[in-house]
Design a protein around this ligand. Structure first.
Ligand SMILES: C[S@@+](CC[C@H](N)C(=O)[O-])C[C@H]1O[C@@H](n2cnc3c(N)ncnc32)[C@H](O)[C@@H]1O
Length: 273
C-alpha cells in the first residue's frame, strides 16, 4: 500500500515541479547574456554571435510572443514597459502594434542586450523618439508608482530565482496604474483546462526539460540546441505568485508553447486596492 501511494505520488509530481535556478541571482546570469554564443566553439569565429542567438531563440520564442500581444489593453495604453527586452523581438512587435502617441520603455539589466534590442529596432526602421531604452533591474525599477498603463515581459520571470521573482512582481504591481494591465509569458507547469492527453504530453515534456535544465550547464545537447547558451528559463507556476499580490487580478490566461514545451500567457489587471 505504501509502495503504491509513493509510486502514485511520484507520478502525480511528474512535470509539475518547479526546479530551482542553478545560478545564484539574475545579476550573476547577466554575464551569460553578455557572452552569448561565445561558449559554442564554432561561434567563437563569428565576431557578433547575437543575430545567431536571436535566430535560435526566436525559433523557439517567437510564436508565443506574437500570440501574446493582443487585446484592447494594447490600444488603450499610453505608457508601456517591456521588461527583459532581450534581443528586441517582442519589443519590435510592440512597436508595430502601437501608434506614435504611445510611449514604450525597454528595460534590461544587461547593457549588451539593450544594445541588441536597439540595433534590432534600428535594422527594422522602428527606432523613433517614442522608444526609450533603460538599463535597470526588474526588482527595483527607477520610476514612481502608478507610471505605466501596460507592463509586458516575456521569458524573464521564469529565469528568476524565487525571491527575485516575488520582488519583480511587487515592482510590477507598484509601477502599474490602477486598471493597468500586465501581459506575462513564461514556461509553465500550470496545465489546467487542457484535455488529458495534452496534459500528460506536456507534463512529460516538462519533466524532460527539467532534467536537461538542471544539467543544462554541462549538457552538450542543450548547449548545441541553445547556441552555447545554457538555458535559464524553466517551467514555473507564475499564477500562484500572482495570487500572492494584493492588487493584481487575473483577467485571462491562455496556453501556448515554446517548441514542444508548454508556455502560459497571463493577462493581469491592477485593481484599485
Ligand atoms: C530569456 S531573455 C528574454 C528576452 C525577450 N523578452 C524575448 O522574449 O525574446 C531574458 C532577458 O532578461 C534580462 N534579465 C535578466 N535578469 C534581469 C533583471 N533582474 N532585470 C531586468 N532584466 C533582466 C536578460 O538580460 C535577458 O535579456
Amino acid at each position: 500500500m505504501n509502495l503504491w501511494s509513493s509510486l502514485t505520488d511520484r507520478l502525480r509530481r511528474i512535470g509539475r515541479r518547479q526546479v530551482p535556478v542553478w545560478f545564484e541571482s539574475s545579476a550573476s546570469v547577466i554575464d551569460e547574456f553578455q557572452t552569448i554564443g561565445k561558449k559554442l566553439r564554432i561561434l567563437k569565429i563569428i565576431p557578433n554571435p547575437f543575430p545567431f542567438y536571436d535566430w535560435i531563440m526566436g525559433f523557439y520564442e517567437r510564436p508565443s510572443n506574437r500570440e501574446a500581444l493582443r487585446g484592447p489593453m494594447l490600444e488603450r495604453a499610453r505608457k508601456i514597459l517591456d521588461v527583459g527586452a532581450g534581443t528586441g523581438y517582442l519589443l519590435s512587435r510592440l512597436v508595430r502594434a502601437t501608434g506614435e502617441e504611445q510611449e514604450i520603455v525597454a528595460v534590461d539589466l544587461s547593457r549588451q542586450m539593450l544594445m541588441n534590442s536597439r540595433s534590432y529596432l534600428s535594422k527594422h526602421g522602428q527606432l523613433t523618439e517614442r522608444i526609450v531604452f533603460k538599463q535597470a533591474d526588474c526588482q527595483s525599477l527607477p520610476w514612481e508608482e502608478n507610471t505605466f498603463d501596460l507592463y509586458v515581459s516575456s521569458y524573464l520571470f521564469d529565469l528568476l530565482p524565487e525571491q527575485e521573482l516575488r520582488n519583480a512582481l511587487k515592482e510590477m504591481e507598484r509601477v502599474l496604474v490602477p486598471d493597468g494591465y500586465a501581459i506575462l509569458i513564461t514556461m509553465t507547469t500550470e496545465l489546467n483546462g487542457l484535455p488529458l492527453y495534452k496534459k500528460i504530453f506536456y507534463r512529460i515534456m516538462n519533466e524532460i526539460y527539467c532534467i536537461g535544465y538542471q544539467n543544462g550547464r554541462w549538457n552538450p545537447i542543450w548547449r548545441f540546441l541553445f547556441a552555447g547558451y545554457a538555458p535559464h528559463c524553466r517551467p514555473i507556476t507564475l499564477g500562484s505568485y500572482l495570487r500572492e499580490l494584493d492588487n493584481m487580478a487575473m483577467a485571462y490566461t491562455k496556453l501556448s508553447r515554446v517548441s514542444l514545451f508548454p508556455v502560459r500567457i497571463y493577462y493581469v489587471r491592477k485593481t484599485h486596492g
